[in-house]
Design a protein around this ligand. Structure first.
Ligand SMILES: NC(=O)c1ccc[n+]([C@@H]2O[C@H](COP(=O)([O-])OP(=O)(O)OC[C@H]3O[C@@H](n4cnc5c(N)ncnc54)[C@H](OP(=O)(O)O)[C@@H]3O)[C@@H](O)[C@H]2O)c1
Length: 278
């Protein structure tokens, strides 16, 4: 929301704010953003959207980008995020993506300081292997609260690399980003929301009277310890995703999707290209 890497001057800001408020009104409490998104503009829009609500009723998560993982840079980034979000604390603050050039111990020391100052309540890490997560955790004063990875019917990297299993074992919330999957011509990926793109998904969706997007989302949220962060500006899509939580896919259908869906096991993807866990 707000643009891609930079703020988009033609962005429909009012539409974005309305979409976030619509989600809150519908019962969504966990809002995910990052300083990277539209270079801070997304956080400003979240701040604006959250303004009329009781702060304690919301769970706001943001992320510090991989180039800002030095001690002073983390503190500075968090302060700027809080200003843009117009709040005095984050419920969850993630390392957006590990940076092997910056020692994990230094980044963790800054997160410890943010915890101590009450600027963040919980620590997370995104797009990281088990090894990187464990190393970061070893320097933290509090256990890691959440891990966020690209995970959906197509992209199974967190399963292949044991991240999901690790989170279950350690009781760390696992959050799947891009659950519906944006299409990418470059990578030959079609959206999981596109009817006709994946016959197996259409077939199972039809059986439950759901859309392919609902089925893809439910396949994720039915798994033990898997939550999602999704983006939609469309009120019908929002309702679809919420309503999907009331449907239970049978074990047989879940297994068919897990086993037979055409997937890219070994890699995580972003729209910009390959971005495996590091
Ligand atoms: N940690 C990370 O590195 C990382 C990376 C990327 C994203 N994220 C987080 O994950 C969130 C979601 O990722 P994302 O936006 O890339 O992917 P996504 O939520 O899987 O897909 C969003 C796209 O799907 C469409 N859509 C949503 N629900 C739909 C439905 N029910 N039916 C049909 N289309 C639907 C949306 O269009 P409409 O608006 O028209 O509905 C939008 O174009 C982001 O907002 C961000 O917070 C994290």
């Amino acid at each position: 929301m707000g643009g891609r890497n930079e703020p988009d001057p033609n962005n429909d800001d009012a539409g974005d704010v309305a979409a976030i408020r619509r989600a809150i009104e519908a019962g969504v409490r966990h809002i995910d953003t990052a300083e990277l998104y539209a270079n801070g503009r997304a956080e400003e829009l979240v701040g604006e959207a959250a303004r009329p609500y009781d702060r304690l009723s919301l769970f706001i998560a943001s992320k510090v980008r991989e180039t800002k993982l030095g001690y002073d840079a983390v503190l500075e980034s968090c302060e700027r995020s809080l200003e843009r979000l117009k709040t005095d604390y984050l419920d969850l603050y993630y390392v957006h993506k590990p940076n092997p050039a910056i020692p994990a111990e230094e980044t963790a020391a800054a997160f410890n300081e943010l915890l101590r100052r009450g600027m963040i309540k919980n620590v997370g890490i995104s797009n990281a292997t088990v090894e990187t997560t464990e190393k970061f955790a070893s320097f933290l004063d509090s256990p890691i609260f959440a891990v966020q990875c690209h995970y959906n019917l197509i992209v199974r990297e967190p399963v292949l690399k044991g991240v999901l299993e690790y989170c279950r074992r350690k009781k760390i919330h696992f959050i799947a980003w891009r659950p519906v999957q944006l299409p990418s011509e470059k990578l030959g990926i079609r959206s999981l929301a596109e009817r006709g793109a994946y016959p197996l998904l259409d077939q199972i969706a039809d059986k439950y009277g759901m859309t392919p997007a609902q089925t893809a989302v439910r396949w994720l949220t039915q798994q033990e310890n898997v939550g999602i962060v999704f983006k939609t500006k469309n009120p019908e899509h929002l309702k679809e995703i919420i309503d999907a939580q009331n449907v239970t896919l049978s074990d047989e259908d879940t297994e068919a999707l897990t086993r037979d869906f055409p997937r890219m096991e070994a890699e995580g993807f972003t729209t910009g290209g390959k971005a495996p866990l590091i």
